[in-house]
Structures are given as C-alpha cells and as structure tokens.
Write a protein that binds this ligand. Structure first.
Ligand SMILES: [Zn+2]
Length: 128
C-alpha cells in the first residue's frame, strides 16, 4: 500500500463508485439511442447492470462509440479491484507509489506519471 490512509482509500472508493455510476448512465443512454429495440433485450440479459458481467457484455457488443467510456469503466473496475486487494496506489508497471496528486486527479489510473508518459510516447510512435 502506497502510504494511503484508510480514510483516503474510502474517499477514493466513493469517488470511483460515483464516477462509475455516472458513466453507466451515459453508456446506457448511448446504448438506448444506438441500438434501440435491442437495448431492452440486452438489459434483461444483464440482470445486475453494475456487475462485472455487464462490463464484459459491453465489451462483447463492440460498439466503437462506447470505446473511451468503456475503457474508463474498465479502468475504474480495475482500480476498485486494486482497492480490494490492497495494491491500490502502486504503479502497475514499475511498482512504485503513484503520486498522490496524480491519484487526486485520476483516481483510476494504474500507472505513475513516468510510466504513463512512457506509454503515451510508445502509443504515439505506434500510431505513426
Ligand atoms: Zn511506474
């Protein structure tokens, strides 16, 4: 654990859950307008729309317009898992603590600033 107090972690969890709820609402609106009738059917398949199963369900629907939101939802889901298993706040790439201020701004990030900028550089290079 990267020096985060239980109080801080509780606040982070709240923020993540709140963000997740709002993202779900946005995603559902998008789904509704993009797939119309199929939407109800899909929802009945996903009983608990907040659980992991529905995240994979979304992954399977493969709607590109949901891409960024889906990625964010997945990132949030993973961050919540890290909160549960106690590895929250550690960079997934280098294992160093993620800067507290960075976590304030992006509580779902799995990487420290260094590793993230490394990855962004790589992504840019690959996009060329
Ligand atoms: Zn790192």
């Amino acid at each position: 654990m990267a020096g985060l107090s239980p109080e801080k972690l509780a606040v982070v969890r709240e923020r993540l859950l709140d963000r997740k709820k709002r993202l779900w609402l946005e995603v559902k609106e998008q789904l509704k307008s993009s797939i119309g009738d199929g939407y109800q059917e899909m929802l009945s398949t996903a009983r608990d729309e907040e659980d992991q199963a529905s995240v994979s369900l979304l992954a399977e629907t493969n709607l590109t317009l949901l891409g960024p939101k889906r990625q964010e939802l997945e990132a949030i889901e993973e961050a919540l898992q890290r909160l549960d298993n106690g590895s929250y706040g550690e960079c997934e790439a280098c294992g160093q603590p993620i800067e507290a201020r960075r976590l304030e701004v992006m509580p779902e990030t799995p990487y420290c600033r260094n590793c993230m900028s490394q990855k962004e550089k790589l992504a840019k290079a690959a996009a060329r």
